[in-house]
Ligand binder design. Structure first.
Ligand code: IDP
Ligand code: MG
Length: 149
């Protein structure tokens, strides 16, 4: 089953949106298999955003991610990687569609509340970066036959 890495960033945690984020993925029909609140080290933030290390916002982004706790999650489901990106919305909250998390709750690209893996390979890399295999629960909700034919 496909898995993706989702992180509620420090602004989302400070603003009390952890429950709202979890609610949106749960009610959509995805399965939560990993969850932790954590303070992020500079090393982990740099590794996570390695692809952006040459961008002008990199230093500020790494500092921001470590400035206050985040909530890291792994969600599972058919097509969850791309679907989660749709639930999250465009990178800039001002242009993110209403109904998406960023579209509904954000106003600034540097405070866009949440991260979601952008491809299946990225998701695999990010899940192994943020979680040990022992921290992930492999389980199948009893409602599965009501979600998938
Ligand atoms: P994504 O989070 O939608 O995948 P990316 O382009 O991968 O967006 O950028 C990663 C993160 O870097 C964004 O979520 C945002 O927090 C930050 N970021 C991207 N572009 C800018 C910018 O122009 N200014 C400040 N921060 C930015
Ligand atoms: Mg990205």
């Amino acid at each position: 089953m496909e898995r993706t890495f989702i992180m509620v960033k420090p602004d989302g945690v400070q603003r009390g949106l952890v429950g709202e984020v979890i609610r949106r993925f749960e009610t959509k029909g995805f399965t939560l298999i990993g969850l932790k609140l954590m303070q992020v080290s500079k090393e982990l933030a740099e590794e996570h955003y390695d692809v952006h290390k040459e961008r002008p916002f990199f230093g500020g982004l790494v500092e921001f991610i470590g400035s206050s706790p985040v909530v890291a999650m792994v969600w599972e489901g058919d097509g969850v990687v791309a679907a989660a990106r749709n639930v999250i919305g465009a990178t800039n909250p001002l242009t993110a569609a209403p109904g998406t998390i960023r579209g509904d709750y954000g106003v600034s690209i540097g405070r866009n509340l949440i991260h979601g893996s952008d491809a299946i390979e990225t998701a695999q890399r990010e899940i192994s970066l943020w979680f040990n295999e022992k921290e992930l629960a492999s389980w199948q909700p009893t409602i599965t036959p009501w979600l998938y034919e």
